[in-house]
Design a protein around this ligand. Structure first.
Ligand code: GRG
Length: 309
């Protein structure tokens, strides 16, 4: 196993172990009653083979700044909960109306619409419950800064806002600048948040936080470009979700504007720019750089598969 693959598998396993622990029907004598069907839907929505890109970026950025994985796993799991909630709600009939996610039936297909809505709501709130936990960071000031960071990334000026712009963009022709803005909000905000959260956890100076934020922004842009490319080039089986959706809907994408080859070059350039942002961290940034390259150069990469295959 390559060291990169080991790193990804180890981070993902830690996150999944914590998710498994948190999402038990019987939470023990200290925990209030939990409806079994809701817990099962939350487990279906999270413990279903995601690539855990955001937790890996957070934990590796944190490791670069000297924060141990035992600590960063809490903030990383909170972020994955928000990401999984967004996928559950994005798949609903009122949004993308998808049947397949991570190669399995979407939550509303496996359960029902109302349960899927509640599972998404509960994952979002669980994220903030995790952030408020002392195990996330002993300093309440840092925990409250994380809450501010995550809510801005997930809310109306971040991911949810980007989703709104995306829905509006289906109804009319959109400019390239509008596509870039909605993608930065819908996809980029959580990826940037992953990298910036590490700086908050490490109580790093403002310049470090800015650098990691800029790194996350570039990676987010490149990741979205690759996702758009895969929507055109990959099969549903390869991706574990329906592809060719943008083209079938006549939706404006950067790929539709610039073409496949230009977009591949744009993604490469964004990756190089991202790597320049973390270059000042020297050898300490080696793993994070390799992870960023892996994220951008992915095809269909489940954590159980070999990177690059
Ligand atoms: C419903 C509030 C709300 C927001 C939805 C994330 C999102 C916003 C929509 C998903 C639709 C989409 C295709 C977004 C592009 C970003 C993307 C590729 C998300 C999937 O992330 P991966 O590849 O998924 O990390 P896994 O399954 O590996 O976690």
């Amino acid at each position: 196993m390559s060291s990169l693959q080991e790193m990804i598998t180890t981070h993902a396993a830690r996150v999944e172990q914590l998710l498994d622990h948190l999402l038990q029907i019987d939470g023990g004598s200290q925990q209030p009653f939990r409806p079994a069907r809701l817990v099962e839907a939350m487990r279906h929505s999270t413990l279903n083979g995601g690539k855990r890109i955001r937790p890996c970026l957070l934990m590796e950025s944190a490791a670069m700044l000297g924060v141990a994985p035992d600590t960063s796993v809490m903030a990383a799991t909170a972020l994955e909960c928000i990401h999984c909630y967004s996928l559950v709600h994005d798949d609903l009939p009122a949004m993308d109306n998808d049947d397949l996610r991570r190669g399995q039936p979407t939550t509303h297909k496996a359960f029902d619409e109302a349960t899927a809505i509640l599972a998404g709501d509960s994952l979002l709130t669980l994220a903030f419950e995790i952030l408020a936990d002392q195990k996330t960071h002993p300093d309440p000031g840092i925990r409250s800064e994380l809450v501010a960071l995550y809510s801005a990334a997930a809310g109306f000026s971040g991911m949810a806002g980007g989703q709104m712009l995306d829905l509006e963009a289906e109804a009319r022709p959109v400019e390239e600048s509008e596509i870039l803005r909605l993608q930065a909000m819908k996809t980029g905000a959580l990826i940037r948040c992953a990298c910036e959260a590490a700086a908050v956890l490490a109580d790093a100076e403002t310049a470090t936080r800015k650098r990691l934020g800029a790194f996350g922004t570039k990676i987010g842009q490149a990741f979205q470009l690759v996702d758009d490319l895969l929507d055109v080039t990959a099969t549903t089986l390869e991706m574990g979700k329906q592809t060719a959706k943008d083209a079938n809907r006549g939706k404006g994408t950067i790929v539709a504007i610039h073409g496949l080859e230009n977009c591949r070059m744009m993604a490469d350039r964004l990756l190089e720019e991202a790597l320049e942002e973390i270059a000042p961290f020297g050898a300490e940034a080696g793993n994070l750089g390799r992870l960023a390259r892996f994220v951008v150069e992915r095809k269909r990469l489940r954590t159980s598969e070999q990177p690059g295959h």
